[in-house]
Structures are given as structure tokens and as C-alpha cells.
Design a protein around this ligand. Sequence first.
Ligand SMILES: C[S@@+](CC[C@H](N)C(=O)[O-])C[C@H]1O[C@@H](n2cnc3c(N)ncnc32)[C@H](O)[C@@H]1O
Length: 218
Amino acid sequence: MAELDLLRSLPKPKRNIEKRAAAKDPAVIAVAKQYGEMYWDGPREYGYGGYRYDGRWRSVARDIIAHYGLRAGMRALDIGCGKGFLVKDLMLECPGLEAFGLDISRYAIMHAPEELTGRLHLGTADRLPFADHSLDCVLSLNTIHNLPRPRAAAAMAEIERVSRGKSFVVVDSYRTPHEKEIFESWVLTAEFHDYPEGWLKLFREAGYSGDWNWTIIK
Ligand SMILES: C[S@@+](CC[C@H](N)C(=O)[O-])C[C@H]1O[C@@H](n2cnc3c(N)ncnc32)[C@H](O)[C@@H]1O
């Protein structure tokens, strides 16, 4: 179990915190939480502001493959895979790897690259349609905080159940009251968030034995 920065190669997102905070109201949040077209490809106030494949996950895929020693014939799952770009890049970077995704967003799965047909499951992180210890590597990036605390803990227990020991999650966090304030101005969909100690407590409760990192907005 370790804190790892496997997303270090991603470009830093551009965030206009003031604009988001001014636009954010319960109606905007309700639309974002549907994870539909507005969240992915609508105005930035509702989510991604347009999300297209641009190869940015390839270097992340390389770092994950190298760190966990993934090889052809192994099986990997990305929980909260969105449009499946990391799933695609894992398979490009490691030919023969059997990579799968799961997401609650029908829109994202319907707008995934064509070659992922049959690899992306519609479902929820706290009920994974995979057998015990059936996956060599389980990833979940920026997703688990979208469940309320009891379900987030259930999702972490699910990762532990389906994994053979290599797993990595990234969740929203903050280290100071100032970072918490910035986070709260920005956040749209998170149902549970906490300081690192709070998350580590949840991981322990769930029996999670994998690796992790935090998304901290500064
Ligand atoms: C911020 S996006 C992250 C997407 C991708 N993993 C990334 O890092 O770019 C959050 C994702 O969580 C998904 N999501 C939200 N609730 C979920 C749930 N209960 N189970 C699975 N996926 C969920 C959303 O549809 C969305 O794809």
C-alpha cells in the first residue's frame, strides 16, 4: 500500500474557479450528476466542457503498465472509465492486455471509441460484475468520491474483492482548510470528500490494500 503519483504525466487542467463557483447552483449540480451529454460535452460549468480523445492518457497508461508489471494476457479494469480513453490506451501500450471499463454513464459508454465495443460495462462501482480475484489490476480514477460514504466504502471493498492485489485509486481531497474551500467552490458531483486521514480511515474500514493518490485543487 502506497501513495503513488501515476497521473504525474497528465497536463494540468485549466480551472476557472470563480466562474464555476458563480455558475454553480442546485440545478447545475443536478444536471452534472446525470453524467449525460451536458456533463461531458456541454459548457464547462456542467463538467468537462467537451471531452475528446487526444492521447493524453497514453503516458499514464505506460506508467501504470510499468509500475504494476502488466503483460499480455493479464486483465485490467478501470472503474469510472468515462469514455474509455484509458482503457484504449492501456491496450495500445500493452498489446494483448485484456482491459475493461465500467461506468454509470450510458452517454459516456455510447460515445467511447468504437474499438472498445463489448469492453465497457454500464454499472456502479459498488456492485462490480466481476468474479472474486479475477483482475490483475484494478484502477479507479476520480470516481469513488461520487458515491456517498457508505457506498464509497462498499466500492473500495469491491475493488479488493475483484482484484488479485494490484489496485490504484485517486479521489478528491484537500490538505488545508484553504484547499477545502477551493475544492468546495469547484466540486459538482462529489458526494463524499475528506482530508487524506479521513480517506485512509475509509480504506482501512473497507479492507482496501491497494495504492492511492489525491486530486487536490490549488
Ligand atoms: C471525473 S469523471 C472521471 C473519469 C475518468 N476516470 C478520468 O479520470 O478522467 C467521474 C466518473 O465517475 C463516473 N461515475 C459516477 N458515479 C459512478 C458510479 N456510482 N459508478 C461508476 N462510475 C461512476 C462518471 O460517470 C464519470 O465517468
